[in-house]
Design a protein around this ligand. Structure first.
Ligand code: C2E
Ligand code: MG
Ligand code: MG
Ligand code: MG
Length: 277
């Protein structure tokens, strides 16, 4: 079945803090080496239209298998990469790998965009656009095929005028997703001024919607707000058929989650795509 594709044992390791095992300094040293050596792989999780179950794209998610064989989850190395100035390089590698995946999938007749996660303070750097455009040009990828995901909290925390940079991206035809939406407490007024194309609802609302009336109502409001503002709305972390049905009924048209597929290596993504053709 589709859900079996994640080849590395995720839970087994996430129980233990990587930094406890290695020590923070060791971990940072190994992370630097892994990044400089291109050892971090992009895995791809498909996104679907909830109405008709068609594939609408993929999200690239970083995967690090430490040289000692341990799997280290992103929650334990992304923050370290951010605080040590390695995140730009890592995200650029994920972008490069995503471009290559787009070309590979194109040869199989699948033309869908891939979204990459970027840290909020990356897109405000002076040479971000130039690097981005150059990399896409080098890989022969048009701007519409790459989307960006930036968390709501990082957008809010960014003190410089991030919207200027967001609208530059929009002008280039690059769609920006506000990731983990609902956890960052942005105001309605603020959201309506942001040049983003997609609200990505945080999984916590999806997981709690059936138990908590409050979360159900917040979820409903977020979806209505997104639809009202003319934004795409996608829910992450959909694990059950029932969650999917509820989301669709509330007006959320797109989704992603283990119900459909887990993040997969490029090879597994290719097999997965071929099996569905
Ligand atoms: P995110 O961007 O919000 O990604 C969604 C996370 O939920 C991913 O975790 C994904 O594997 C997981 N997920 C998806 N569907 C389900 C589901 O149905 N059930 C459950 N339980 N989980 C699901 P992951 O891959 O561990 O990534 C965690 C976070 O690390 C990401 O959250 C993102 O913020 C960050 N991250 C991952 N890769 C990168 C990267 O290349 N660059 C940057 N800057 N951040 C990254
Ligand atoms: Mg994301
Ligand atoms: Mg998210
Ligand atoms: Mg997240």
């Amino acid at each position: 079945e589709r859900a079996k594709y994640e080849s590395v044992s995720y839970l087994a390791f996430s129980e233990t803090l990587a930094s406890e095992m290695f020590g923070r300094y060791e971990l940072l040293k190994d992370l630097r080496e892994a990044i400089l050596d291109n050892q971090i792989l992009a895995y791809f999780q498909p996104k679907f239209s909830l109405k008709d179950n068609t594939l609408i794209g993929f999200e690239a998610l970083a995967r690090w298998v430490h040289k000692n064989g341990q799997f280290i989850p992103p929650d334990q190395f992304i923050a370290l990469a951010e605080s040590s100035g390695l995140i730009d390089k890592l995200d650029q590698q994920m972008l490069r790998q995503s471009c290559k995946a787009i070309n590979t999938l194109k040869n199989l007749g699948i033309n869908v965009p891939i979204s990459v996660n970027v840290a909020g303070n990356e897109i405000i750097r002076p040479n971000y656009f130039e690097n981005f455009k150059r990399l896409l040009a080098e890989e022969g990828i048009s701007n519409e095929m790459i989307e960006l995901e930036i968390t709501e909290s990082q957008i809010i925390e960014e003190k410089t005028n991030i919207n200027k940079h967001l609208s530059n991206l929009k002008t280039l035809g690059i769609r920006v997703n506000i990731d983990d939406f609902g956890t960052g407490y942005s105001s309605l007024a603020y959201l309506s001024t942001l040049s983003v194309s997609t609200i990505k609802i945080d999984h916590s609302f999806v997981w709690r919607m059936e138990e908590s009336e409050k979360d159900w109502e917040i979820l409903k409001m977020i979806i209505e707000l997104g639809n009202f503002l003319g934004l795409s709305v996608i829910a992450e972390g959909i694990e059950t058929e029932q969650q999917k049905t509820h989301l669709l009924a509330l007006g959320c048209e797109d989704g992603q989650g283990y119900l459909f597929a887990k993040p997969m290596s490029l090879d597994d993504t290719i097999s997965w795509v071929k099996a569905g053709l």
